[in-house]
Design a protein around this ligand. Sequence first.
Ligand code: NAD
Length: 405
Amino acid sequence: MSRFHMASQILGLEEEIYNVLKNPARQVIVSLPVTMDDGSIKVFEGYRVIHSTILGPSKGGIRFDPHVNLDEVKALAAWMTWKCAVVDIPYGGAKGGVTCNPREMSTGEIERLMRAYTQAMADVFGPDRDIPAPDMGTGPREMAWLMDQFSRNQGMTTHAVVTGKPLVMGGSLGRTEATGRGVMVSSMAAMEKLKINPYKATCAVQGFGNVGSWAASLLHERGLIVQAISDLSGAYYNEKGIDIGAGIKFRETNKGTLEGFDGAEKITNENLLTLPVVLLVPAATEDVITHSNAANIQAKLIVEGANGPTSSKADNIINEKGIVVVPDILANAGGVTVSYFEWVQNRLGYKWTADRVNRRSDRIMKDAFMNVYKTAQNYKVPMRIAAYMVAIDKVSKTYKYRGGY
Ligand code: NAD
């Protein structure tokens, strides 16, 4: 909110438009009775918040997590509006969730919950209305159940109601690597502007899940020396560069963790953030760069793979140090961009090659980067504020053209 507020002020956004964009368009709360494996009936609470449909049907993930609550879902829905607007795809923003702990539920229980949630949202979801996707605690399997349940209601297969589906049933090639790839494209574009030669530039990547491992791998492919990677088990440092392919193989054969990875020296996640590298990619979780460690960051460039890795207090310290930050709503928008391509392919009834998906998403990411960079230069503001300005400007102008009551 503080960043939205600041960007709105610099843009000189009228108060009434500010109020329109501040409030979610629709909030739906549902109660979901589900029969558990032991025969008992448990009632779960589910949410779907549509922040905006000004640019098009709303788009956003579904989270299954014990901490899900309406306030969190509202904040995440607004975030989606800005993310879609900054990369200029014709979507508004939404988010959904169910307060539950999928780790303690059987596959059957999760399936029934997902179907109950979809059924309860039957008049919310739709290929031209609101298009969900996976988020924490959900994946392609859950999206397949959602698509099936929605299609049963419609009496026809409706692929385009949801993205992040398995490849065999309308998922898109290139989706798995899309976010990490966008992080790489943003990093390369930023280095070009900063006149940093990427060849042998050093880099540290926090988080070695979907986003982090793809970003590390693609940056390595472009000639950067990835000196550190990390996950929940700790961080792994090698001054000469880590063999990312070996890290991925190790993780795959080691229950998904880097614990015991011997291609490097073990350091802490906190140390990783303050290494003297050129590029730092936080791609793990939120609030890792805070007012207590921001002053010690030595990187010249931070490209945010994760959502919200930098606290707003840390922003000021980082800006004063002259570190360039490519913000999350821009840097990790490669994921939603390829989700959009999945929807486009579903609607065309056609499948693109991985090469076509990559070329088109690279172009969108590069154009969005240039647009935000130019705005930052023109207004002499950090790229984070510039990204919000680009997004708010687009949504508010569209709102004015469309008109209200
Ligand atoms: P993931 O679960 O695949 O991977 C997360 C990785 O971070 C794991 O290696 C985990 O061990 C590590 N990690 C978690 N907490 C950590 C901590 N405190 N310190 C160090 N490492 C930690 O998740 P992901 O899909 O790669 O998402 C990572 C971030 O990127 C999240 O903030 C997510 O919201 C954001 N994001 C993901 C996508 C996507 O397409 N997957 C798109 C946009 C944004």
